[in-house]
Design a protein around this ligand. Structure first.
Ligand code: GSH
Length: 220
């Protein structure tokens, strides 16, 4: 199985965590988004959308879109489960995951930032304001759904990590990189810290990848 990934990619981060939780080895192929490698023909043939991640099975089956990949891994390798057994629980976990993957994250991806910059002349402090605004909106929405909900446990849904925690961890990491203090969203903060204490999450962190630039790695 080949996993096409980039250290900073939040969607790749999600799949890295799922692969770790399910203990699935993969050959990682690094696609440098900063060098536009995702626009080259070689990667375009794998994912014509020119976005990461992609997963290519040994028989050539190509999977794309992080949530579809994770659901595929869930169906093909059900243990440990990343979705609850009951339909209501599954709907809640998927909804929490989609709040990140379909609402917050798409506003932050390189092609959107590039359009803002190149076509609309939005750069520097305004670009940062855009990123912080949509990141904070999603943090607040997550906190609203998680705080005080009877199904919220150590993790977003009960006491085991799920697809929702995978997405929350990716989003909270982006907030961290934008130096947004998570204190106003205590449930998100607690679940993020609980998740990142697990090696399956921490070793998937953007700053801990083989293609993470040396200058970005934590010192000491
Ligand atoms: N919804 C997609 C997001 C895919 C996506 O936009 N990935 C980003 C990196 S996190 C990317 O490759 N962007 C390339 C670009 O925007 O040009 C998923 O969850 O897989």
């Amino acid at each position: 199985m080949k996993f096409f990934s980039f250290w900073r990619s939040q969607a790749s981060f999600r799949v890295r965590i799922a692969l770790n939780l399910k203990k699935l080895p993969s050959e990682v192929v690094f696609v440098d988004l900063d060098a536009d490698v995702h626009h080259a023909d070689e990667f375009r043939r794998i994912n014509p959308q020119m976005a990461l991640p992609a997963l290519v099975e040994d028989d050539g089956t190509t999977l794309f879109q992080s949530l579809a990949i994770i659901e595929y891994l869930e169906e093909t390798h059900p243990t440990p489960p990343l979705l609850p057994a009951d339909p209501r629980g599954r709907a809640r976990v998927r909804a929490l995951a989609l709040m990140v993957a379909c609402e917050g994250h798409p506003l932050l991806v390189p092609r959107v930032r590039r359009y803002l910059d190149h076509e609309l002349n939005v750069r520097d402090t305004q670009q940062t304001a855009w990123r912080r605004h949509w990141t904070v909106e999603t943090l607040a929405a997550l906190e609203g759904h998680l705080a005080g909900h009877r199904d919220t446990g150590r993790f977003c849904h009960g006491d085991q990590p799920s697809l929702a925690d995978i997405c929350l961890a990716g989003h909270a990491t982006v907030a961290d990189m934008l130096q947004i203090n998570l204190a106003p969203w205590p449930t998100v903060k607690r679940i993020y810290e609980t998740s990142m204490a697990m090696p399956e999450f921490s070793t998937a962190h953007p700053l801990a990848q083989a293609d993470t630039p040396e200058a970005m790695r934590p010192k000491g």
